[in-house]
Design a protein around this ligand. Structure first.
Ligand SMILES: Cc1ncc(COP(=O)(O)O)c(C=O)c1O
Length: 422
């Protein structure tokens, strides 16, 4: 994958949507995530064009990026939301999503939290029968359960959420019994869900997992004499983070899933049923580029590039060993002739984010561009070491809109009790 093709290059500087990223990094300060509204719109269109089915609903997984301005763009495009907890449900409602376009898939919530989600009128997808039992006297209109179909695939173990060893969902037999229990509690409307892992670039996995899922759903429908109103196949659509990876063949993914769905329909199942897909990464990852400034270069037991992008801004790298494509925004086409390690300002050695990266000759003041930082970057950032999380900027046609301002020390101390007089 040639990542330069995401950008224009003028005078050796990277340009995104006609803006010089080096100039933006100086104007707004670093660390800075620059998002392209155009790319968000392109990604949503690519997805719906590939499926091209009127029974398909796309819902965006808020955990991948909860910036309200970005959620608003998606809501305006008719995208619904996957919410992981009450706060994500409340945010989806605040950006104007209607309750029937929100599916909550929480994990290990208290009775009180589940009841509050149910009271908002959104669709609730229970991780386990025990979670449903907690609010059995007050169940939502539509009840759904998360099934673990027995397989999982993800780029890393931590983001593989199906198969053996997963903390999520129920095996098919247990799910079958859960629907029986729900019926016994008087439920009449049902959905079903799976989510088997994140960042999958192999279309054939979606063929395999959807086939297994639809056949589990068929059995449960038959056994319990119920009709599902929706089948939610989760997210997981991947993006290429490494040089030797190509973009996901989304048309093949859609073709495989739809073939399996139509197959079930031809046998009389899922006639009045929505097919739901809930991607996060595929919609938002490549729309954001994280910019950092080089503060120091030193060469002792290796070449160390010190920047203001650390593990507080980009925890994916040390947490999973995730890689990101890296370019130097002010040396876009210079040959990559050095091998270096890149770290931030955090006081621990975990903060060497990337090792053995090939880059042009680097000097203090250079602007490093970490690509594919639209997903699981801002939403996973922290104030560790009292460091600022990145400022966020949206490029929208000719407008530059700050969608997350710079954090001050007071912002970071906001919820703490300060000693009197401070
Ligand atoms: C329930 C659920 N749905 C959707 C997603 C989105 O996954 P992705 O960003 O890989 O599309 C996740 C991510 O973990 C998830 O847990």
């Amino acid at each position: 994958m040639d990542y330069l093709r995401y950008f224009d290059v003028k005078n050796n500087n990277l340009f995104l949507d006609d803006r010089n990223l080096v100039e933006l990094s100086r104007k707004y300060g670093t660390p800075l995530i620059v998002y392209s509204k155009r790319k968000i719109q392109e990604n949503v269109k690519k997805l719906s064009d590939a499926f091209n089915a009127d029974y398909l609903s796309v819902i965006f997984s808020i955990k991948s990026n909860f910036n309200p301005a970005l959620l608003s763009i998606l809501r305006e495009m008719g995208v619904g939301f996957d919410a992981a907890n009450l706060n994500e449900v409340l945010l989806a409602l605040r950006v104007g999503a209607s309750a029937d376009r929100i599916i909550a898939t929480p994990n290990n919530l208290s009775k009180d939290e589940l009841a509050k989600i149910s009271a908002e009128g959104v669709i609730l997808n229970f991780d386990d029968v025990g979670q449903m039992e907690l609010i059995k006297d007050n169940l939502p209109n539509v009840v759904s359960f998360r099934v673990n179909p027995g397989i999982g695939k993800g780029e890393f173990k931590g983001i593989t959420t199906g198969g053996k060893g997963s903390k999520f969902g129920m095996p098919p037999e247990a799910a079958n019994n859960a629907y029986k229990t729900a019926k016994a509690h008087g439920c009449k409307r049902f959905g079903i869900h799976m989510m088997t892992g994140s960042n999958v670039l192999d279309p054939s996995f979606f063929r395999q997992s959807s086939r297994m899922f639809f056949s589990i759903a068929e059995r449960i429908a038959q056994d319990n004499d119920i009709e599902f109103e929706f089948l939610d196949i989760g997210g997981g659509l991947g993006v290429p983070y490494k040089k030797d990876e190509e973009e996901l063949d989304i048309r093949s993914v859609a073709k495989y899933i739809l073939e399996n769905f139509e197959d079930s329909r031809s046998r009389g199942f899922f006639k009045n049923c929505r097919l739901v897909i809930e991607p996060g990464r595929y919609i938002i990852a490549n729309t954001g580029v994280l910019l950092g400034r080089v503060a120091n270069v030193k060469s002792y037991d290796g070449l160390y590039i010190g920047t203001d992008v650390g593990m507080n801004s980009l925890i994916r790298a040390p947490l999973y060993g995730a890689t990101h494509p890296i370019l130097v925004a002010n040396k876009a086409t210079d040959p990559h002739i050095v091998k270096c390690n890149i770290g931030g300002q955090v006081c621990e050695n975990t903060d060497i984010l990337f090792k053995g990266v090939s880059l042009p000759e680097i000097e203090e003041g250079d602007t490093i561009a970490f690509l594919n930082c639209g997903a699981y970057v801002s939403s996973m950032a922290s104030n560790y070491n009292l460091l600022k999380r990145p400022v966020e900027l949206l490029l929208d046609g000719s407008e530059e809109i700050i969608i997350k301002r710079k954090e001050s020390l007071d912002d970071m101390l906001n919820t703490f009790a300060l000693p009197l007089g401070q």
